[in-house]
Design a protein around this ligand. Sequence first.
Ligand code: GDP
Length: 301
Amino acid sequence: MITVLSGGTGTPKLLQGLKEIVDPSELTIVVNTLENDYFSGVYVSADIDTVLYTMADMINDDVWYGVKNDTFITHDRLEEMGCPELLRIGDIDRATKIQKTQLMEEYGLVRACEIQAEKMGIASRIIPMSEENSDIKIITDIGELEFHDFLIKHQSQPEVLDVKFSSVEPSEGIIDAINNSRAVIIGPSNPITSILPILSLEGVREALKNTYVVAVSPIIGSDAVSGPASKFMKALDIDVSSVGVASLYSDFLDNIVIDDKDLNSESQIKQIINKVTITNTIMNNSVAKKNLAKTIIDSIP
Ligand code: GDP
């Protein structure tokens, strides 16, 4: 068994490669729930749905959100009726979210995701990191913002001064999944808003210390490949580089995969992490995704 820690963009790209070279039934994916909330009357767990759609080959991987070739009849109608949505939810995607909201009321989020994964024919285990809702605030130069307001309404433009989130309880099964895995892969996801929330769950860092852990840096050179990770890292005084990423995981990390362009960071990282793997980490096509997945799997002792 291999456990993957995931957000909703960088790691799902890697999952597309991983599921080609590892039997999907051998994968457990622990997914960030920090940004989960109710929108337009339905529960939106964006990262979980992206992972579900990725594993079911349905993902709209132009934007890493929603379903490929979805329609927006309901979204457009809501706007015509004077009720515009903050999130642009497609019709098929909305059906997933309606079902999840209903299942959650009866069974909780973990079981709801399990049922949906089964219905989508997914062999991997997908575990939301927590049943509880997190409270996340982005402190910016224009005031305290909700995560989606920062990301969508303000297009990640404000200067970020701090990122604060509440601690939540881990879902059942996460610690066991890590303990029973021959390796844990931390995908190239936002270290602050996708990976740290998982690492801050009680018992996770301890479990990772006893398991082989390999992480892929989402930072190449001095910037993130996409999204606001570098703004968040800067706000928390973390060097925006693969060295900074390594420092966040240094208490349990066995191997960090960094991009060819960061070759000159190797010696600095080696002072804190035993092993550094250098390869192309830009996953802009299926071959690159598969090659990176294979490099990671091959590096596991
Ligand atoms: P979110 O939940 O949508 O924020 O997505 P994630 O946290 O899963 O992923 C966001 C991170 O993925 C960003 O910090 C990007 O730098 C990183 N990322 C996206 N594509 C790639 C890629 O092809 N290679 C690498 N190394 N990182 C990537």
